[in-house]
Design a protein around this ligand. Structure first.
Ligand code: SF4
Length: 425
């Protein structure tokens, strides 16, 4: 890796941000945001996600906000007030009390930034006041203190999980916060004072040349072991033009070719070396490939994304969790699927085909597919996005579609088309 330039301190220090109340972004400024940034409640793979605060000063080079032209918004601002946001969440047609997994501020800010944290707690406490017991995923890399854990511990109904993004990267061009002990200190504090809150080491992004050397991997695993987190979840990096360009402009080598990907990249070899490093470490903290697997296993629940429908994901999962998922995994009947399409207000003519471990659909779009997947705890796939054996739903960079797999994709298209024709009969 090339020598690191001397960087100014992270924006959070430069801007002197203090826990003052956030401002609501003026309407004319909101009108200039990318529609995805303006989307306050939307489905993501790991849950229905509330994002009414936009802006982050942490400057992580691979940040997803690059994709929506928001990376330069360093000061968090609200799109609506927090009480309005909670109403929008619970009134959302895909929100089901006690059932729908939720995510908080996982798209456009960090929920433990000084200005954002009061809103994180306000949302959690309002959901709790309503007696809602939904799982809530909260992803952070910032300061979490003992008093924060005590406050989380006072929640009676809502079930929070803290996921600490910690990659072992020490290149400040990629992660300015990596030069501090902030995240490791937070993991330690959270795990030591977790009460009913679950604590996960979110090992990401893992990228060849950045943090895949044996010492760095062993260091991350050691943090997990020493702190006694409930689980480790590992994953790769979103390889898109915007963040790759940003990183390359800083002199950071980005190891993948310029075929941009809609899913995270984690080549098969890298997956194998992560699993091997974990096995070699001998630690007892379980390792998962999927966020919802780590979260649900920590709560002793079956995975709400039904990943057992892709059984090669589960070879590292503890046997008692596999048993839980196996017992829960049940394909919806065609009537149940149609009823769910209607309940959520989706196109009732959506073609679908229930197969072993997944439902094949066409043109539902991610937002609707994820709502159905969470509802049934069963994988719902788009026919045009093939799941390649052992790519684990990740980008196909590092995997090659064999002629047989190309055939399988063609066959899936044909099966779905045939089932739609059959429905027309
Ligand atoms: S059994 Fe499979 S689907 Fe269930 S939590 Fe484990 S890895 Fe995930």
């Amino acid at each position: 890796m090339t020598a690191e330039p001397v960087l100014p301190p992270p924006t959070i220090h430069r801007a002197g941000l203090r826990p003052t109340d956030l401002k609501v972004m003026p309407a004319e400024q909101q009108a200039t945001l990318d529609p995805y940034m303006r989307l306050i409640v939307g489905n993501r793979k790991s849950g229905l996600s509330l994002n009414h605060i936009v802006g982050c000063p942490l400057d992580c080079g691979y940040c997803v906000r690059h994709f929506w032209g928001n990376f330069d918004d360093k000061v968090p601002q609200m799109l609506v007030t927090t009480p309005e946001a909670v109403e929008m969440l619970v009134a959302h047609p895909e929100f089901l009390p006690h059932t729908t997994p939720l995510q908080l501020f996982n798209k456009a800010t960090d929920p433990f930034l000084p200005g954002v944290k009061p809103h994180t707690f306000a949302v959690l406490e309002e959901l709790d006041r309503r007696g809602l017991s939904n799982l809530v995923l909260i992803i952070t890399r910032f300061h979490v203190r003992e008093e924060d854990m005590a406050r989380l511990g006072r929640l009676q109904y809502i079930r929070p999980t803290l996921l600490f993004t910690y990659s072992g990267i020490n290149d400040a061009r990629v992660e300015p916060i990596a030069k501090t002990s902030t995240t490791v200190d937070s993991i330690r504090t959270a795990a030591a004072h977790r009460g009913n809150t679950k604590v996960i080491l979110y090992w990401r992004p893992i990228v060849p040349g950045w943090n895949d050397d044996p010492d760095t991997m062993a260091g991350v695993l050691q943090v997990a072991d020493e702190t006694g987190v409930d689980a480790i979840v590992f994953t790769g990096y979103y390889h898109k033009e915007e963040n790759a360009t940003y990183l390359r402009d800083l002199g950071v080598p980005v190891p993948y070719a310029d075929n941009w990907q809609r899913r995270k990249v984690l080549p098969g070899e890298l997956d194998a070396s992560v699993v091997q490093a974990w096995r070699d470490s001998g630690i007892s903290i379980p390792l998962y490939r999927k966020t919802s697997c780590g979260v649900t296993a920590a709560w002793k629940l079956p995975d709400y994304n039904g990943h057992l429908g892709v059984p090669e994901l589960c070879d590292i999962c503890p046997s008692e969790q596999v048993a839980r998922c196996r017992q829960a995994l049940k394909a919806p009947t065609p009537d149940e699927f149609r009823t769910a399409l209607e309940m959520f207000g989706f196109d009732p003519d959506t073609p679908f085909l229930i197969e072993d471990g997944h439902v094949l659909t066409a043109k539902l779009g991610e937002q609707r597919r994820y709502a159905l997947q969470h509802y049934f705890g069963y994988q719902v796939w788009e026919v045009e996005h093939p799941h390649v054996h052992s790519a684990h739903g990740r980008a196909l960079e590092g995997y090659t579609l064999t002629p047989e797999e190309q055939d399988l994709l063609e066959q899936a298209r044909e099966r779905l088309a045939a089932s739609a024709r059959h429905d027309d009969d």
